[in-house]
Design a protein around this ligand. Structure first.
Ligand SMILES: Cc1ncc(COP(=O)(O)O)c(C=O)c1O
Length: 390
């Protein structure tokens, strides 16, 4: 028999839709893809040029397994400018993508059977990563009819009191776009001290925030909690660099040390060329990210308005990331058994790919990515409307 933990790992359900859409495309069918979790923009030119330059300069060998010092220093500086908190060099590690940050967090922090609180709906990989590390995911729904998706500490408290080792917070959230507000975050940070658990804040979408909303900086809110907090970050979405594979973690030096050991015996250093490109991404950035954020903001507003006017659809305006997560329960009632069935029909008959809420632990919703052209968003939502009215 294969490894018991591994046998519990599910396939990525978002990838299943992407693969089916690809199949249709291979048959020559024009598919509108609103399912992917990556920017439709190309990596900005100045970053690409630096990547090419790194190859020409023979920056193509191994680096320190935990990443190059210059990139760590640049990230520390950026974090201090943005969030007012200073980390030292032994409190940061660079990874081949931030997914590996979450993987290493689980591997370093968890013992067999320890509970991890994951607010639901959640990003698809969290539960599988926890299971692979021997932990037990505990889901707590944070949606209610009155407030929609609002991270409210009170909802999480009962499970926290039952004992958890780790809490994973995606803020802004994939798939809902919700940001945990300062007051709630403060209570959660205090709880990490009172009830003794680690808090992993996944800041993958941290720069993609709309309407100039404030992002509450956790460690400024409660600096005493610094030892309990891990911050995971990524170049993927912010700089349209998904394929370059660079992410990072800030955490206390003991955790970073063990993450470094495990990384050095598994992936070794993140891609060298990509590390230099990432360094340029933050040190030479002008208005490239701001422009992309403005574009996402426009698309979000458009998608939100279009969805809001469909009968039976409830939609909350996301505060960040690049997904809309409408509740279509009423609209599919009596027509489709569940949102998975709806998404399948939408793809096979209307050739529009979205991800059903089941993938995020929330049946009745669909995730629509607006990392797509305005034309595709408009046409895709029109087809969603037709499929719902069928
Ligand atoms: C919430 C969240 N965290 C982490 C990641 C991982 O990103 P990467 O490994 O490309 O840095 C993703 C990617 O989709 C995500 O949506």
């Amino acid at each position: 028999m294969l490894n018991k933990r591994i046998l519990k790992i599910n396939k990525s359900s978002t990838l299943a839709i992407v693969e089916k859409a690809k199949e249709l495309r291979n048959q020559g069918i024009d598919v509108i893809t609103l399912s992917v979790g990556e920017p439709d923009f190309s990596t900005p030119n100045y970053i690409k040029q630096t990547g090419k330059g790194a190859i020409d300069d023979n920056k193509t060998r191994y680096t320190a397994a935990s990443g190059i010092k210059e990139l760590k220093e640049a990230l520390i500086k950026r974090y201090k400018e943005e969030q007012g908190v200073e980390f030292s060099l032994n409190e940061i590690i660079i990874h081949p993508g931030s997914k590996f940050s979450i993987y290493l967090t689980a591997s370093v922090v968890l013992n067999e059977g320890e509970r991890v609180l994951i607010p639901s709906p959640y990003w698809v990989s969290y539960p599988e990563i926890i299971k692979a590390a021997g932990g037990e995911p505990v889901f707590v729904k944070y949606w209610d009819n009155q407030n929609g998706f609002q991270y409210s500490f009170e909802k999480f408290l009962p499970e926290i009191k039952r004992g958890i080792k780790l809490f994973i917070l995606s803020s802004p959230s994939n798939p809902t776009g919700a940001i945990m507000k300062g007051a709630e975050l403060k209570k959660l940070l205090q709880a990490s001290l009172d009830y003794d658990f680690y808090l992993l804040i996944d800041e993958c979408y941290r720069r993609l925030i709309f309407d100039n909303l404030e992002y509450p900086s956790p460690l400024k809110i409660l600096p005493e909690a610094k030892d309990k907090v891990l911050v995971s970050g990524s170049f993927s979405k912010t700089y349209a660099m998904t394929g370059w594979r660079i992410g990072w973690t800030f955490a206390n030096s003991e955790i970073i040390d063990y993450m470094g050991r495990l990384q050095s015996h598994s992936t070794s250093n993140p891609p060298t060329i990509s590390q230099y490109a990432a360094l340029a991404a933050i040190t030479q950035e002008k208005d490239e990210v701001d422009k992309m954020v403005m574009e996402y903001n426009k698309r979000r507003d458009m998608g939100y308005e279009l969805l809001k006017n469909i009968n039976g659809v409830m939609i909350q305006k996301p505060e960040g990331a690049f997904y809309l997560f409408p509740n279509i329960k009423k609209a599919i009632k009596g027509k489709y058994d569940n949102t998975f069935q709806f998404a399948e029909k939408l793809l096979s008959k209307y050739h529009v790919a979205v991800v059903p809420g089941e993938a995020f632990g929330e049946e009745g919703f669909i995730r629509i990515s607006y990392a797509a052209s305005e034309k595709h968003i408009r046409e895709g939502i029109e087809k969603i409307k037709q499929a719902l009215n069928e």
